[in-house]
Design a protein around this ligand. Structure first.
Ligand code: GRF
Length: 198
């Protein structure tokens, strides 16, 4: 499979995918890394590995649709089979999601459907949850709302927010490559909201 990884920031999840490829946990080619942020450290990680990077700056397009059409044409050129959102902080249009139905996955730092949105770790910590975790899910038109592929829990115990962040990221770095591997091996079937691992 050819995968595109979408990033906006640090790119530790991108690094986990790169490392998973090196360790033969996944077999896909990381064909391109797409970012909305030219200053994302994730882009440095990609360049270091010789992976092509493309920045799509929302400000240079007239509309969201035009922006997403431009990304779609880039992905078609690269022959992309799977889009992995790894800390991508821009909302995709229905047009984009429709073009890659069941071919976009996202990693989210909470047990969905709890704590959707960009501040999931902070919000779940402040809420005082005893158990939280990580979700890898397919992306549909609802924000953080698509069918769940994998979830893993962790007990907050007396972690500080920094410790909790670190613990959650560690889980993300294992779970996201694991989901990619399941998709590569065609071990996933989706019926409505239910994802079955064969
Ligand atoms: C991760 O916590 C991911 O779940 C969330 O954004 C963060 C990205 O981290 N969507 P990184 O850029 O992969 O280090």
């Amino acid at each position: 499979m050819n995968i595109a990884v979408f990033v906006s920031g640090n790119g530790s999840n991108l690094q986990a995918i790169i490392d998973a490829k090196k360790n033969n946990i996944i077999t896909s080619d990381i064909k391109v890394v797409v970012s909305n942020n030219a200053n994302a450290f994730a882009l440095e990680r990609a360049k270091k590995e010789g992976i092509k990077t493309v920045v799509f700056d929302g400000k240079v397009f007239h509309s969201q649709e035009e922006h997403d059409l431009s990304i779609i044409s880039q992905l078609k050129e690269e022959g992309i089979d799977l889009v992995v959102l790894a800390g991508y902080m821009r909302i995709l249009t229905d047009l984009f999601i429709g073009a890659y139905t069941d071919k976009i996955i996202n990693v989210h730092p909470s047990l969905l459907p709890s704590f959707k949105g960009a501040k999931a770790i902070k919000e779940s910590f402040e809420y005082g949850v005893k158990t939280t975790g990580v979700t890898v899910h397919f992306v549909d038109k609802e924000l953080d709302g698509g069918p769940i592929i994998l979830q893993k829990t962790l007990d907050v115990e007396d972690s500080s927010i920094e410790q909790l962040e670190e613990r959650i990221h560690k889980i993300e770095h294992a779970l996201l490559p694991q989901a990619i591997a399941l998709i590569e091996q065609k071990r996933i079937s989706i019926t409505g909201r239910k994802v079955k691992i064969i």
